[in-house]
Design a protein. Sequence first.
Length: 73
Amino acid sequence: MPKHRDTFTSEEMGALRVLVDHLRRAPKREQELLRGGMRGLGFYISDFEKAENRFVPSDLDRLVHEGRVKIAA
């Protein structure tokens, strides 16, 4: 199982942004695949949000702004 992370490279953040953007519009069946891609990068929505909340791109931006998710230099 991939390690839960809170620091990502710029490239990984770009990939996460694409996955999160697609997640909100995807049918339920595809959502699990997208979340699997996020977990493959070590990003687990449940580490930052309650399960019942819908995670959208602005949530990812907020986590970066708050310093809860970091972009490695």
